[in-house]
Design a binder for this molecule. Structure first.
Ligand SMILES: [Zn+2]
Length: 272
């Protein structure tokens, strides 16, 4: 998930900051040219844009918020997909497998109190939704999902707020959420409900939700189709065919507190 930034404007307003703003942007951005043509071709073949690909731990960040692992890149995609309307709720082909109920553990590692409180906020919201998957935060040992930090300034008018991936073929949630600790992401004193809303969104990816507006990224004021491959984009029955302005799985943040709307709850209850 990401948001618009006012970097350019802020830099113009404070001439003295011009150099430092540029420095941050350069320091924190891996140029797409550092990604090999072969890798870019694989990413393109899977239906993702290659303009702003970044190498991250465990793979490549595409569309600013989705991690493609080497395994994903080498997956041959030939399964059919179902798409009935353009603005409904979508899930990936793989989901978290559940028999009865399943508790997914979450651990926050190396991040400040706002991120811990934000994780607790997100977990409480999922647990209040009364699903067959529950979430529980642990403070030692290996969790099913580890939330860690990275620091990266804005690029191209956007800043990445957080990133995650999708469930594994064996039915486990994606195991890592990365949250941006750069001050331009959440400020120097992050708002817990804002951070919590982003964690809630990234957990959505980890358990198999795609962006509600994946065909357009309209929440980012874009008209870009993220593509179906390699994860699939399977319609969730009972969700509306109209645009869903307040869904927690919109690609871009509204810059504040956003939680499940009525259609999100239908989608969550259908899957879990
Ligand atoms: Zn997202």
């Amino acid at each position: 998930m990401r948001k618009h930034t006012l970097t350019a404007l802020l830099c113009l307003m404070a001439g003295v900051l011009i150099i430092s703003c540029k420095k941050e942007a350069v320091k924190s951005t891996t140029s797409s040219s550092e990604i090999s043509d072969e890798t870019k071709a694989k990413i393109y073949a899977l239906g993702f844009g290659t303009d702003n690909v970044r190498k991250v731990d465990g793979g490549y960040l595409v569309e600013n918020d989705i991690v493609l692992t080497e395994e994903n890149l080498n997956t041959k995609v030939n399964s059919p997909f179902l798409r009935i309307a353009e603005s409904e709720q979508y899930r990936t082909t793989n989901l978290v497998s559940v028999s009865g109920t399943r508790t997914i553990t979450v651990r926050v590692s190396g991040l400040g109190s706002a991120f811990i409180a934000g994780a607790d906020t997100a977990i409480a919201r999922y647990n209040r939704a009364n699903l067959t998957i529950r979430f529980s935060r642990i403070t030692s040992g290996t969790a099913n999902i580890t939330i860690q930090g990275f620091s990266q300034g804005p690029s191209g008018g956007f800043i990445t707020l957080g990133s995650a991936g999708f469930p594994t073929a064996s039915g486990n949630p994606f195991n890592q959420i990365l949250m941006n600790t750069h001050p331009q992401a959440y400020g120097s004193n992050p708002n817990v409900l804002y951070v919590g809303s982003v964690i809630q969104h990234e957990i959505g990816h980890c358990i198999g939700f795609r962006h509600t507006d994946y065909t357009t990224r309209s929440s980012c004021n874009q008209n870009v189709n993220e593509g179906v491959a390699p994860y699939g984009a399977v319609l969730i029955p009972g969700t509306p065919s109209g645009a869903d302005a307040n869904s927690w799985m919109l690609a871009c943040s509204n810059g504040g507190n956003r939680t499940f709307n009525a259609n999100d709850r239908i989608a969550l209850n259908y899957l879990y």
